[in-house]
Write a protein that binds this ligand. Structure first.
Ligand SMILES: *Cc1c(COP(=O)(O)O)cnc(C)c1O
Length: 674
């Protein structure tokens, strides 16, 4: 709303809800005059008793509109509207494939890359053509058509504009670049709106101070060149971009408009040929070029050499999962996101950055050096270190990393570090007290508490941020009695600690499956781990989470093996019949467990699962594709949406935690956000 300026005549808002009683608030904020009910999807259905309740809730946004537009084929919506008292005086504009409506859709004709939509409006045949063929785009276009007709636009104008639509979906990829750079690749379209979105994504990346944009001419904007590049220049300055490399004749003509560090080239080849790429270092680089500028050449030159095997990390999935767990918690319960072990294998600052941007409250790492790496990449969230080591305390204090203290031995070492670093100052080292309530791994026990409290209270350089414990079996219904007992013990022990201090101390005991299954015990904070990375506590929850990690590779070579020949090391596989096999560049050094050889494991190729044949090698393995249509270069999925991490873990006789954390560091991580 804050972006509305006096000169604006039309503002379009998309409002969504996830539970009851949210729409009233949005109504008073937005106060729409025209309402469009686009669709009633299944998202967030779990928080509503019935679809009608969800529709009724959504309709609250429209109780004061002048005109209401909807598809009359959504019968549930239609019925509610016809019955609702507060809709009696609202003018409606309907469209329908089936029944009488203001705009009756007669036919949709899908062609290769476009769809012709024919309709009847005020007894006249009219039509539009849109450059999309998917159902969602067709429905969106019809809603938009209805709105424009309601505004009184001539259909000729509407159909002209409709043909010029372009997809807004974009996929921003973040990759490791040369000389410690990060590279964001967005070469899908190059209009000024998408530039603004891409720069916001760039600014979310805090790992390097310096921000660079490589930008091509902006094509087909239909705008005056001077105006356009003045606006681009303003955008770069506003958003604190440090360096511009402009590629193309138009942007080069406009070079004087830009007041930041800048370089210009007429075309991509000149840039790749003449620019010293070794000048790029320790910066985040956004590539934003219209397709004809072939920015792939630049991204290739900027990227570190990669293998064909990559772990793709879907940041949207991560955000979705975070929000899912948030929806299970009270609004004031804090979340500590577990980013130990390289964020369960998915990355360090790349993940922490997203979590910081989406405002989790705390991060937790296993070792101090993981925390230092995050601090050096611009992560300012509080960070708890779960296994602080004697030699790491000084560096922890320096980088404001907060120690988990679990025994008097480790407390003693920490006290010594406080004396070394903070003596005669009023600085404080923040700590978290770990209690053992039955896991029997690390932690203070009940009879330690009086001595512990007095010792902590007597040290003016120390502040207890939280007291916590860990559940041993929160995901296992057979152990629920034990879990409840752990929670009860924790309540008592933490109450004692709290009573001994005259400042507030947070409490937390729930991990991911604890949040799902024991949400009464959320106290002031929870520790979210595996759920964030897409693994649910049970099948129902699994269906509500999104997959985050996909381990993929390709087929290097295909071979035809006559019956009786052997395949791979030690000739463990002898072809029982004529076979076709594919060699895949992933082996046990990448984390593909050698136990999965000889038919135990499978990889997913072109819609089929293919058995691994023979022994898995260090860097490669072979699969049986005798019955599977495939070509060299085709994608192979080790795990991901098509073949879930849980299924893969099951086949490997282990748990998803191990699968995720055993993808070796040499497998390049590629992050994307749509
Ligand atoms: C790893 C860990 C968690 C997170 O557990 P998940 O099951 O992954 O949610 C929570 N607390 C502690 C102490 C941990 O070590």
């Amino acid at each position: 709303m804050w972006q509305i300026e006096p000169e604006h005549e039309l503002a379009i808002f998309e409002a969504g809800i996830s539970e009851t009683d949210e729409m009233d608030k949005l109504q008073t904020i937005i106060q729409p005059t025209i309402g469009i009910f686009t669709n009633i999807g299944q998202a967030h259905a779990e928080n509503f008793i019935h679809i009608n309740q969800k529709i009724a809730e959504k309709l609250k946004l429209f109780t004061k509109v002048k005109t209401f537009i909807y598809c009359a084929d959504h019968l549930e919506i239609k019925e509610i509207i016809l019955r609702a008292e507060n809709f009696k005086n609202i003018e409606t504009f309907t469209w329908s494939y089936k029944s009488n409506a203001n705009l009756v859709i007669k036919k949709t004709l899908k062609q290769n890359h476009s769809t012709i939509i024919e309709a009847l409006y005020q007894n006249q045949k009219i039509q539009i053509t849109i450059p999309f063929t998917d159902e969602a785009s067709i429905e969106n276009a019809i809603n938009c058509w209805a709105t424009l007709l309601l505004f009184g636009y001539n259909n000729e104008i509407i159909s002209n504009r409709m043909t010029n639509l372009s997809p807004v979906a974009m996929r921003l990829e973040l990759k490791e670049g040369i000389n410690n750079c990060s590279v964001i690749n967005d070469s899908y379209n190059s209009d000024i709106n998408s530039l603004s979105i891409a720069i916001d994504f760039l600014n979310q990346q805090k790992q390097h101070r310096k921000k660079t944009i490589i930008l091509s001419d902006i094509l087909q904007s239909g705008r005056d060149e001077d105006d356009l590049y003045s606006e681009v220049s303003g955008l770069l300055t506003d958003k604190k971009i440090d360096k511009l490399i402009g590629i193309g004749k138009a942007i080069s003509r406009q070079k004087d408009k830009f007041s930041i560090e800048k370089f210009f080239y007429d075309n991509t080849s000149d840039f790749v040929k003449d620019f010293p790429f070794s000048d790029f270092h320790d910066e985040t680089i956004l590539l934003k070029g219209a397709r004809i500028f072939k920015f792939e050449k630049i991204s290739k030159a900027l990227q570190q050499k990669a293998h064909e095997t990559v772990l793709e990390i879907n940041l949207n999935g991560l955000i979705h999962n975070l929000n899912y767990y948030r929806s299970l918690l009270k609004s004031d319960t804090k979340i500590m996101a577990m980013v130990k072990a390289f964020s369960y294998g998915s990355g360090s600052y790349e993940i922490a950055n997203v979590l910081q941007y989406y405002q989790v409250d705390y991060l937790a790492v296993a070792y101090a050096d993981e925390g230092v790496e995050l601090r050096k990449s611009g992560i300012t969230l509080p960070i708890m270190v779960m296994n602080p080591e004697e030699q790491s305390f000084d560096v922890m204090l320096k980088y404001e990393l907060e120690a988990e203290l679990y025994s008097f031995r480790i407390l003693g070492l920490f006290e010594e570090a406080l004396i070394r670093n903070y003596k005669d100052s009023n600085k404080k080292g923040f700590i978290h007290i770990k209690l053992d309530t039955g896991m029997h791994r690390l932690g203070f026990e009940n009879n330690d508490l009086p001595a512990l409290s007095s010792r902590l209270n007597n040290n003016p350089n120390l502040l207890v941020k939280s007291v916590f414990s860990h559940l041993a079996a929160s995901d296992e219904p057979e152990q629920d009695e034990f879990t409840k007992q752990q929670i009860a013990i924790f309540k008592d022990m933490s109450a004692f600690i709290q009573s001994e201090f005259d400042y507030p101390i947070m409490r937390h005991i729930l991990n991911s499956s604890g949040i799902t299954r024991f949400s009464d015990a959320q106290f002031e904070m929870t520790r979210l781990g595996i759920g964030l990375y897409g693994i649910g506590a049970n099948d129902t929850e699994q269906s509500l989470l999104q997959n985050v990690s996909t381990l993929k590779t390709i087929i290097s070579q295909i071979k035809h093996i006559p019956k009786g020949e052997s395949i791979g090391y030690n000739r463990k596989c002898i072809a029982a019949k004529d076979m076709v096999i594919a060699t895949i560049p992933i082996g046990y050094a990448d984390g593909l467990n050698r136990k999965l050889g000889n038919g135990k494991g499978k990889l997913f190729v072109n819609g089929h699962l293919a058995n691994i044949v023979g022994n898995i090698c260090m860097d490669m393995c072979m699969i049986d594709i005798t019955e599977i249509p495939a070509n060299e270069g085709d994608d192979v999925i080790v795990f991901g949406n098509e073949y879930s991490i849980s299924q893969f873990a099951n086949d490997m006789e282990t748990i998803p935690y191990e699968v995720l954390t055993s993808v070796s560091r040499r497998v390049k991580r590629v992050y994307y956000q749509e």
